[in-house]
Design a protein around this ligand. Sequence first.
Ligand SMILES: Nc1ncnc2c1ncn2[C@@H]1O[C@H](COP(=O)(O)OP(=O)(O)OP(=O)(O)O)[C@@H](O)[C@H]1O
Ligand SMILES: [Mg+2]
Length: 308
Amino acid sequence: MRVTTTGTSRTVLVANQKGGVGKSSIVSAVAGMVAAAGRRVLVVDADQQANVSASDLGVEGDGGRGLSMSLQFAQSLTPVRDVRPNLDVIAGGPALAVVASVAATAAQTGIDLRRNLTQTLNDLNDAENYDLVLLDSGPGDAPLLEALLGTARYLVVPTKDDDASLSGVELLAMRYLRARKAGSMIQLLGVVLFDTNPRATARNREVFEQVHELLEGSGADPFETFIRSDRAAAVDLRTRHLTPLELVDVAESDQKNRLQRLRQKGKSSDRLWSRDPSGLASDYQGLTREILSRVATAERDEVAGGVA
Ligand SMILES: Nc1ncnc2c1ncn2[C@@H]1O[C@H](COP(=O)(O)OP(=O)(O)OP(=O)(O)O)[C@@H](O)[C@H]1O
Ligand SMILES: [Mg+2]
């Protein structure tokens, strides 16, 4: 991939107001894949729960204070550096709770969350030249989501295949259109199905078509890659603070050492839940490829549009 990032141009927001649809897992996995391939990545955890920074990536951050100060007062962002090679993180956490009340009094205070976030992210990106910036968002938290939709250049929407999650996609699509009307440059890259049964091909096709219809007129298609259900791997990823690629390595050496540990009556707490997380990792690899390829296409279209 060429390094052509200017400002927040390669900033991908992963969002769906519905909770538990894979937003943080996807951010961690994609960030891990891109960083492992040697490109510089910044993860911004814009969620009070701090799942992606604290749990998935195991970062001991500032509880979201830095991000909160940047949103309120345009204070410069300082990432936690090199949490993995090529991977920096702006931590989330409870300090972000203040954002809702700041947004509610914006008319009196003149505080513009979106402008502050765009400016501070641009400044950081100008200094650091990240190849990719991934923004994770929490469930609900409409004011913060609004600021993120106003700042990011691209949007990825994960969903499960149940009706409630698919309604979440519709709700988000409405917010997305509103943000664009209000002048945001954000572009929907696609919807990704999360926690799917890889053997239920007919069902998956049906949901794929349903999402396709839902996106009619948006210019975006669902991603071809589905993220399979793998609860054992999901537990290992969070409790051990690993990216999927790292878990594959750990699981391989775990298998090798299994016999030895049995002989030594190894402690059960050392045990991994997942035997073979490589299927899940390869789903994330496919999704990462698709995201990067859609970003590249959008950038090409933009250049062509600018020249025409
Ligand atoms: N491949 C998977 N299969 C099944 N469950 C998974 C998988 N990956 C992650 N999970 C679990 O699904 C739950 C939701 O995932 P995640 O936290 O990524 O969603 P989210 O959309 O970020 O949630 P929130 O809205 O709370 O931020 C978590 O408990 C996670 O461990
Ligand atoms: Mg999350």
